[in-house]
Structures are given as structure tokens and as C-alpha cells.
Design a protein around this ligand. Structure first.
Ligand code: TXA
Ligand code: MG
Length: 330
């Protein structure tokens, strides 16, 4: 895990935002204020940094993350805007609104950050410190709320410190935030959908759209047996190919998603083999997970056989996503 890092805390200002941009470029984890809540930022194109980000939050789960960008041009490089999405962006960005859009063909956001989905959540924050960091860094930054998993979102640097001291590299202290609740999330599908109520009132969004936001279906996450968590609509990636978990031998024609260096019987007859981490490193495996699943899904194998993966640390989240992939989209 990340525990044992020295967490630097800098007051907001030119030195802090420059240090933040440099740290992000180095793959480090940086907490910074946005107008809604403090975010824990990582380079959105760096899967290894994103794996560490999930670790730092504790009890890691690969929920898809919001990509923060500095302007609409940068947003359009990663998400496909229809007329309604564009109207919302023009009315409310920068501000406490997140749009979930189809990814562009050359979307640079790592598969791990979007949890392998074909959609990406995007926001242009309004806070001047967040904006300056994004401007200096020049690439999208994924940032979940900067709290330990299961804790409430932080609205001061002290909250961030009490949850994440020793687990992240830098905290930029910009004082208390203005909004105090997370951004409102709208899914820009055929009918725009309210995925999470938040800092921007629904009525303001509906006024710009000239129509009512639809509610996510109550059974949208029925495979988990839980009520729909905010923003979690169809939030898991499922390959078309059947997925077989806990494989210790390979049937002819199966594709193998390996982990570690244990020998697997039948491997010579596998149609394709990819190893999530030959040295058995769970962070490396997490960084490769969705990309490798997608790659094996296109090989035409009848089954993707997945070797057992330890359930500790990031392994718990890896196994959760693999179980969902095995169940499929239903
Ligand atoms: O105000 C905010 O939005 C803060 C600040 C830091 O920007 N960020 C934040 O991130 O609240 P987080 O990770 O705590 O919440 C992100 C939400 C999750 O509920 C996630 O499921 C949803 O966004 N989300 C992200 N990508 C999605 C996608 N492609 N489809 C559906 N939901 C998505
Ligand atoms: Mg959160």
C-alpha cells in the first residue's frame, strides 16, 4: 500500500500549484480544492498512478472516476458532446456539474479510470486553485473526493490530512470550499439522466434543457443485489466473451489472463496469453486489468480463463470487477 509516504502540505499559491503540476507529471497523488469538495488527483493517462490512487483511498473499489479538465477544448478531446451536452457545458462550466459522455476514439483517459466503460465522466471545476493546477499540468486529472473509502467528502485540507496523511504525496491547502457537496452528475444519453444529485440544482439543468431529467432505473445495478448507488448506472465493464474465474488449467482454445509466475497446465494450447503482472504485483495488475480484458475479448477465443488473484489490497477490487465481468451484462 502507499502507507509511509511523507505527505507535504503547501498553502495555495504559485509555488504550490507548480509543485502540484510537477507531482502529477511524476505520477504522484495530489489533493487539491475544487469548489465542491477536495479532490485526490492523479494523471488521468497514467494507469499506475491511478492504481495507487485507488489504494490510497483504502478498501479499494474500481468505481469510475471523474476526469477534470481546464477547458471545453480539452473536454472535447476525451468525450463526445451532443447538442444537449454542449448546452449544459456552456451554461454551467466551470462549475459543479459532471457530464457522462461517450468516449472519443482517441480518449487518453486510462481504462482503469473509466473502469473499462465506453463512457467518461468529465468536469471543469471552477475553483481557481484547481484551474491553475489543470492549466499548468495540461492533461486531464482524475480526482475522486479526497477521503478514505466510506468516509464523508472533505471540505477542508485538515479533513484530507486526517484521512490521507502518509498515503498521498501532496495536499494543496486552499481553505474551506464553497459548495460543500459533490458535483451533480448528468448522463448524456438519449434522454439526459440525473445520475447523482449534487451542487448544481436539478431545476437549473432542466431549465437549460427545456425538459425533465430522467431517473436511473431502480434495477440499474441489480447484479450487485444493492440499490443503485449514485452514479453507478451500468458501472461495470463486461466483455462479450465468457469469463471463467479461478482457472488453474487451460482448455484448448481458451485465452488466458494470467497473474504471477505459477505454471498453468494446458498453457501451450491457449489461443492467447496476457499476464496482468508476472511479478505478482497487484497495483501493476490493476493498471493492466481493463486493457487486457478488452484485448483478449477481441481475440475470438470462446472463453477468457482468469488465474486466481489474491484477495488482499487491490486484489479485492480486481476480483470484484472480474466477478462482474464473469456475470456479464445480463
Ligand atoms: O464534486 C465532485 O464531483 C468531486 C470533485 C473532487 O470533483 N469528485 C467526486 O468524485 O465526487 P467521486 O469519485 O467521489 O464520485 C464520482 C462519481 C461516482 O459515483 C462514479 O460512479 C460516477 O461519478 N461516475 C464516474 N464515471 C462514470 C461513468 N462513466 N458512468 C457513470 N457514473 C460515473
Ligand atoms: Mg466520493
Amino acid at each position: 500500500m502507499n502507507v509511509g509516504l511523507k505527505t507535504l502540505i503547501l498553502p495555495a499559491g504559485a509555488a504550490a500549484t507548480a509543485a502540484a503540476a510537477r507531482a502529477l507529471a511524476d505520477g504522484a497523488l495530489v489533493a487539491f480544492p475544487t469548489e465542491t469538495v477536495y479532490g485526490l488527483g492523479a494523471d488521468a493517462t497514467n494507469a499506475a498512478a491511478i492504481a495507487r490512487l485507488y489504494q490510497a483511498k483504502g478498501r479499494p473499489a474500481f468505481n469510475p472516476l471523474i476526469a477534470h479538465v481546464g477547458d471545453l477544448g480539452a473536454a472535447r478531446q476525451i468525450g463526445r458532446f451532443d447538442a444537449e451536452a454542449l448546452a449544459l457545458a456552456e451554461a454551467f462550466w466551470p462549475g459543479p456539474l459532471t457530464l457522462v459522455l461517450p468516449k472519443t476514439a482517441d480518449c487518453a483517459v486510462a481504462d482503469l479510470a473509466t473502469a473499462g466503460l465506453d463512457t467518461v465522466a468529465i468536469r471543469i471545476p471552477a475553483h481557481p486553485v484547481a484551474r491553475e493546477i489543470l492549466r499548468l499540468f495540461g492533461h486531464p486529472v482524475v480526482a475522486p473526493s479526497a477521503n478514505l473509502s466510506g468516509h464523508v467528502s472533505p471540505t477542508t485540507a485538515a479533513h484530507v490530512r486526517s484521512d490521507l496523511d502518509g498515503r498521498i504525496d501532496l495536499i494543496v491547502d486552499g481553505g474551506a470550499v464553497a459548495v460543500g457537496v459533490e458535483s451533480t452528475i448528468v448522463g448524456c444519453f438519449e434522454a439526459p439522466m440525473l445520475l447523482r444529485p449534487g451542487g448544481l440544482p436539478r431545476a437549473e439543468i432542466e431549465r437549460v434543457l427545456g425538459r425533465t431529467l430522467v431517473q436511473p432505473p431502480a434495477d440499474a445495478d441489480s447484479d450487485s443485489g444493492q440499490p443503485l448507488a449514485p452514479g453507478m448506472l451500468a458501472s461495470h465493464y463486461a466483455p462479450r466473451t465468457r469469463v471463467r474465474l479461478g482457472a488453474d488449467r487451460i482448455e484448448p482454445g481458451e485465452a488466458l489472463l494470467a497473474f504471477g509466475s505459477h505454471p498453468v497446465s494446458g498453457i501451450d494450447a491457449a489461443s492467447a496469453v496476457m499476464n496482468l503482472s508476472a511479478r505478482g504485483d497487484l497495483a501493476e495488475a490493476a493498471a493492466n486489468l481493463f486493457g487486457y480484458l478488452r484485448a483478449l475479448d477481441t481475440t475470438g477465443a470462446r472463453t477468457i480463463a482468469v488465474m486466481p488473484i489474491p484477495d488482499d489490497g487491490l486484489g479485492e477490487a480486481i476480483n470484484d470487477r472480474l466477478r462482474r465481468a464473469a456475470v456479464g451484462r445480463e
